[in-house]
Design a protein around this ligand. Structure first.
Ligand SMILES: Nc1nc2c(c(=O)[nH]1)N[C@H]1C(S)=C(S)[C@@H](COP(=O)(O)OP(=O)(O)OC[C@H]3O[C@@H](n4cnc5c(=O)[nH]c(N)nc54)[C@H](O)[C@@H]3O)O[C@H]1N2
Ligand SMILES: Nc1nc2c(c(=O)[nH]1)N[C@H]1C(S)=C(S)[C@@H](COP(=O)(O)OP(=O)(O)OC[C@H]3O[C@@H](n4cnc5c(=O)[nH]c(N)nc54)[C@H](O)[C@@H]3O)O[C@H]1N2
Ligand code: SF4
Ligand SMILES: [Mo]
Length: 902
């Protein structure tokens, strides 16, 4: 529980802490201090809509598992509480000692696109200006580095030319390597609304058929990594069909002839593009024609483009087609990089990447000197630092000796995560600023833990995909001794003797300094300019409405698009066509690793689950780590749907539940990134990924690691529901999942039923009243511990071919006192009256299950998504489940039609 607020009920305007759409949120606080979350109708990113993750934010605010005090690791490996003063001094002394002995390059910061701009600014300033180390990098390296590099090559600056309104005004939206239906749901629904209103065409380019592809007019299941060939073919086609904007090319750009020649060498026409991408030639031709004849086209791209060993070339191949048609910076047109994290853009603005300085400046002598003068910096870093993958290699080699990690979980999310985990053990000083008490990075040997204020408790700004800066505002008291990240960094800086540069008392002061730096000696030469906000009074900062940059001094706020009439930030002011390298596979498959492992996201989890994993509503959609595999590959490898498989790559292995899907390509498997050692037995997908990086951006290829799959048999499966976390024996496969009222564990094992009976008694029963149904010959163990007539804990266990279902038990677990009859039903494993079987959750917003939806179609006459919405409310809030609803309607209706409905 949060501390009761002494204040009367209030509503606070803030911004969602998850994805880069940057939705506005209203947090309504009641007298007890509980928050109710809803979408902010006035916010221009979402106009009141929220997706399943945003809507469930209220379920993530509990202090369960929160880090509340500074802690030290003791000799025995456990953590002990300490006070702020001791912790800060230890860090300052440690950094000072290492810098004095080994030089500034022996220390590093690893930051995150989930920090606020103010946190990020201060961390970057301390390292690059005062400690003299350029080794500041961020998880944005794994996320947005290729668009940054692509933008800088083409535009001379890291600027996204368009705005969200372009999606309303486009006639064609191309989604490349983006599962927006799940990863940018509110923006995707905006695209679908435009599609319904003005018949916008939607083309989706992705090796696997995703929920995003369900609404597409054209879905192109491209061969992994071949996007450059497709867009080169498109450029050649545009040239051959006189679809170029010759005057735009001549007046505003350079390098077209070379880029076209290279494009032709890679794919001279639709036929060649189809061969390279292994797409149907007719469909490629359809895409090219559609693109050529549609003036208003927006090409959105995300990790299928960015997370590639040739990600920067992919970005530029896309941008080339927009420059060549002059379709950039005008309503309804342009290349559009969808950012992942809530403040991926803000991090780029303050120079969170090792190859940038601050305020979109680089490390040229002039820029370094300008920033030095502005900061009055005693020790400027003078060149680029190590990018994430190289940074952790340097830790492995022992050349980086101190690391401070803030708001990211690299022991899970970096490629070769197993090696990263081992490398972290070598650090002389390893500091982690966190909100959570335990995650894999903390467990990898952190020496000092610093409790950071979490979303809802901290104040500052974030920038979304369309360059819009919004305020995150505190609406909860800070628990324990938690402090904002900027405060923590400033205090360390003060202890290092840099008091004058870090005397910040509030985030508004930092924001003003950041805005002033962006305008310092700018004169319109740099894209990033917040000059008008440089003297923003505290009150106005507190009230700041979402504002899109640039906001130059004296200029009225406006929604600015870039480059419709040139004005690039290159030395000659021209946009640059880039001739990309031919696409090629970096690491070949082999007999030992014949498949390719593609990795990415699920609809209802966020990254390593430290926050979304707390929500029962979100946990219900995909409770277990799994791997998607094509039916042909599965049958060849004797792998069955719903069974288990071991996925092995040269870097590690994981055991995952199997989902056989015809939307997978043959030879390609897909696994979600969310589980870690903290949440599952053996399912950290980051440990499987290879670490080949793009030569320009340093972004690692996370979508194509050679892999093999083999079946794994477990004779028994089961689940446990407990009020407190419990730990299962080592050999058990498990996944943790939040359930209402406690913790869920799904498990699989080869241990015998009798052993489970003993274990259940030991783990959950104690002195509680016990209800049990045990049939050892049939492999069934069902045990519940009751206290005061309420289920305290339970463990169900059964043979894999007939595992216990947990929907009903879960409902009873959360239902208070259970009657005698409920108990009987509980143990019989059947449904209890009043708790209809709803099946696995499809709509997370209103917790509507598969069975309920099937019944509405088969028996209730629901014929479409709107009918389902009226009957069950499913799909009427965020809309992320609409593709699934559609599929269920089709399947159920055809089963009913053919008389096979159950
Ligand atoms: N639910 C949810 N939403 C999120 C997040 C989350 O954790 N959960 N995280 C946020 C963050 S930080 C990010 S970066 C974004 C990511 O958002 P997305 O990029 O949309 O998500 P991913 O699932 O990583 O990958 C997108 C798609 O790229 C495809 N792909 C793989 N290889 C290729 C290829 O060679 N070519 C093409 N064209 N496609 C390919 C994959 O099959 C996948 O469907 O999501 C944000 N939103
Ligand atoms: N194989 C593979 N790997 C990937 C990807 C992929 O697609 N495939 N995607 C990559 C991408 S795009 C991304 S963005 C990364 C994401 O990967 P990570 O950044 O490692 O994942 P998160 O779980 O978001 O980690 C954020 C951490 O910050 C903590 N935290 C939350 N709020 C605060 C705060 O205010 N202050 C502080 N100090 N801490 C806080 C959380 O508890 C959590 O532990 O993963 C990358 N790794
Ligand atoms: S789309 Fe969902 S996760 Fe992204 S900002 Fe909006 S509510 Fe948050
Ligand atoms: Mo990301």
């Amino acid at each position: 529980m949060n501390t009761p607020s002494p204040h009367p009920p209030t509503t606070v305007r803030t911004t969602c802490p998850y994805c880069g759409v940057g939705c506005g949120i209203l947090a309504a606080i009641d007298r007890q201090g509980n928050a109710t979350i809803s979408g902010d109708p006035a916010h221009p990113a979402n106009f009141g809509r929220l997706c399943s993750k945003g809507s469930a934010l209220g379920e993530t605010l509990s202090l369960d598992q929160r880090l509340l005090h500074p802690m030290f690791r003791q000799a025995d490996g456990s953590f002990a509480r300490t006070d702020w003063d001791t912790a800060l001094s230890k860090i300052a002394n440690g950094l000072r000692t290492i810098v004095d002995r080994d030089g500034p390059n022996a220390i590093a910061l690893y930051l995150s696109g989930q920090l606020l701009t103010e946190d990020y600014y201060v961390a970057n300033k301390l390292m690059k200006g005062f400690l003299g180390s350029p080794n500041v990098d961020t998880n944005s390296r794994l996320c947005m580095a290729s668009p940054v590099a692509g933008h800088r090559r083409a535009f001379g600056a890291d600027v996204v030319p368009g705005i969200y309104r372009d999606l309303d005004e486009a006639d064609l939206i191309v989604l490349v390597g983006s599962n927006a239906a799940w990863c940018h749901p509110v923006l995707y629904q905006r695209m679908i609304a435009a599609k319904n209103e003005r018949s916008t065409r939607l083309v989706v380019i992705d090796p696997r058929r995703t929920a995003t592809a369900d609404a597409a007019d054209l879905f192109l299941p491209i061969a992994s990594g071949m996007d450059t060939a497709l867009f080169c073919g498109l450029l050649a086609y545009l040239a051959d069909t006189h679809a170029l904007d010759d005057s735009y090319i001549a007046e505003y750009t350079s390098g077209f002839a070379d880029a076209l020649a290279r494009a032709r060498a890679i794919a001279n026409d639709a036929e060649a593009a189809a061969r390279a991408t292994r797409l149907d030639p007719g469909e490629v031709a359809r895409f090219f024609e559609l693109f050529a004849r549609t003036e208003r086209v927006v090409t959105c791209y995300s990790q299928g483009v960015n997370q590639s060993a040739q990600g920067t070339d992919k970005v530029n191949a896309i941008i080339n087609t927009h420059l060549a048609t002059g379709r950039i910076g005008r309503p309804g047109m342009g290349p559009f990089s969808l950012t992942g994290q809530p403040n991926a853009m803000g991090g780029r603005e303050v120079g969170g990447l090792a190859n940038q300085l601050a305020a979109h400046m680089g490390f040229s002598p002039g820029e370094t000197d300008r920033v030095r003068r502005f900061w009055n910096a005693p020790r400027m870093a003078t060149g680029e630092g190590l990018k994430a993958v190289d940074m952790f290699d340097a830790i492995e080699r022992g050349t980086i000796k101190a690391l401070w990690v803030m708001a990211t979980n690299p022991a899970v999310s970096l490629p070769r995560a197993g090696a990263v985990r081992a490398a972290l053990k070598k650090l002389e000083l390893f500091v982690v600023s966190e909100t959570t008490l335990r995650n894999d990075t903390v467990e990898a040997g952190a020496h000092v833990l610093l409790p950071a204020a979490a979303w809802g408790e901290k104040d500052g700004t974030v920038t979304n995909s369309e360059r819009r800066i919004s305020r995150q505002r505190a609406f909860l008291p800070r628990p324990g001794e938690a402090q904002p990240d900027w405060w923590i960094v400033s205090k360390v800086a003060q202890r290092l003797g840099f008091g004058a540069g870090f005397a910040y008392r509030k985030s508004a002061e930092i924001f003003r300094e950041h805005a002033a730096l962006s305008a310092f000696e700018n004169d319109g030469r740099r894209d990033f300019d917040l000059g008008d906000l440089a003297a923003l009074p505290d009150d106005d900062y507190d009230r700041l409405d979402p504002v899109m940059w640039p906001v130059k001094a004296g200029a009225a706020p406006a929604e600015v698009r870039f480059f419709s009439a040139g004005g690039f930030f290159t030395s000659d002011g021209r946009g640059r066509f880039i001739a990309p390298e031919p696409p090629r596979t970096r690491v070949a498959t082999s007999d030992a690793f014949p498949l390719r492992l593609n990795t990415g996201r699920l609809r209802d989890q966020w990254h390593t689950m430290t926050r979304s994993g707390k929500s029962p509503r979100l946990g219900a959609h995909s409770p277990e780590p799994m791997v998607d595999i094509h039916p042909d590959d599965a049958s060849r490898m004797r792998i069955t749907d719903g069974g288990f498989a071991k996925v092995t790559t040269p870097h590690g292995s994981a055991v995952l539940r199997v989902c056989i899907r015809s939307g997978q390509q043959r030879g390609s498997i897909f696994a979600p990134i969310h589980w870690s050692q903290s949440t599952a037995a053996d399912a950290c997908v980051g440990a499987l990924a290879m670490a080949e990086t793009d030569p320009f951006s340093g972004q690692p290829e996370l979508k194509a690691t050679p892999a093999r799959v083999e079946p794994v048999e477990f004779a028994y499966r089961g689940f446990a529901l407990t009020r407190d976390l419990i730990t299962l024996p080592n050999a058990t496969w498990f996944a943790r999942v939040a359930v209402a009222g406690g913790h869920g564990l799904l498990f699989a094992t080869n241990e015998l039923p009798s052993q489970w009976q003993d274990l259940a008694e030991k783990l959950i029963c104690g002195d509680a009243e016990r209800a049990e149904y045990v049939d050892l010959p049939r492999g069934i163990v069902r045990i519940a511990a009751l206290r005061g007539g309420r289920i305290e804990a339970c463990m169900f266990f059964g043979p894999s071919h007939n595992p216990p279902a947990w929907e009903v038990v879960r409902a009873l677990f959360n239902s208070g006192t259970v009657t005698r009859r409920d108990r009987r039903l509980l143990l019989s494993g059947q449904s209890a009256e009043g708790i209809a079987e709803t099946g696995p959750v499809v709509c997370a917003c209103y917790t509507v299950g598969l069975e309920a939806i099937r019944r509405a179609v088969a028996e209730g006459g629901a014929a479409n998504v709107a009918d389902i919405g009226r009957a069950l409310r499913a799909g009427t809030n965020c809309g992320s489940c609409i593709p699934e609803l559609q599929a269920i309607i089709e399947r159920t209706a055809s089963a009913v039609g053919s008389g096979t409905a159950s």
